[in-house]
Design a protein around this ligand. Sequence first.
Ligand SMILES: [Zn+2]
Length: 391
Amino acid sequence: MLSARRDDQQLIYLADDYSSDVLKKWRTDHSFYCPVCKEQVDLKLGQIKIFHFSHKRNHHCPYRGEPESDFHLEGKRQLYRWLIRLGEDPELEPYLPAINQRPDLLLREKNNPAALEFQCSPLSYPDYKKRTSSYIGIKIEPVWIIGANRLKRVSDGVFQISDFLRQFSSYTDPPSALLFYCPNAKAFIRLNHMTVFSSSISCAELRYIPLKRAKRDTLQRKKDTFCPPESWPRVVRNFRLKPKQRISKEVNELRLLYYEKLQVTLPFLPSEVFLPLSANHYFSSPVYIWQSYIYLYLLSRSVVTAREIEKVIVKLVKTKKIKIRKMFISEHTLYTSTLEYLQGLAVIGTIKEGEKEQFITDQMSFAFLSMEELLKKDNDIHLRLKKNEKA
Ligand SMILES: [Zn+2]
């Protein structure tokens, strides 16, 4: 940790950039104590790790923080310095006994109090949920900033986004952008318009914000106005042209179903089951799985409502053909996802939106297309949806 109380009761923040000579003298003349458990701590002034305080072995600190890497300590230090430069009054590692939390940084602004968590180590979904709700419970906005060492880029606009990362955008509906910080590059990275393809691959628009240019509102959780990312058709193309050697049980079930119903193979799945939607976020199954089950159901109907489809999905979730994600949001998610998909199909002209939440599907039919035609259609659909979002 970067904070401790000196024996003269002064709270010391190592992030305040004291010179090593000053700190060495303090270490000889003073002792330091953990602000939480009041036990004596060591001031570590080594060459390798950045200067920090450390509990002694066998300590009994009630607040067991996560082990802090240098990456974490340095990031926290930089974010603290940045907030000072912005004229803010950040508290470093304050202990909040009411909720037994110790955020990395706290801004007690009257109108907009915020707790900054620079998360560099794994965090389970229950812990994320517990911590997020406890901040909200005491009217402090939790700002999750993920260590950029956890961000894996696959190609331009394509990222490996694990469930661990996805949970940080699950606190709003629709999901918010993901915010990362890299102390090595001294920059924030924001992933906007995140669109999930599968449980590991997502497309997004990356924004790089150097700390020098970042403002207080960089931390503001913005509702992400959804727009399909540029990279989306490339990921679909990859799926079609580079089939996987090994496929999961759920994909295999879908493969057999397509073969039985339409006699098509996975690379030739209809373009309509790859819609880049904000709703993709709510499913753990790949986009083409949940959208396919709805698409195939629609082929057998002439009129449907989103409520009717929702019931179909609930059954498929129970039989584990479709997997949904644990989300930190309201319960009507399955319904809104269904509705979003139906509206998406209406935008691209596959079905028509009627009155009283009805969708007319009687003109819908499946046609065999060549690979070239499919790839063109994938692109056209992407453009139509994009144009629609911008309109
Ligand atoms: Zn302690």
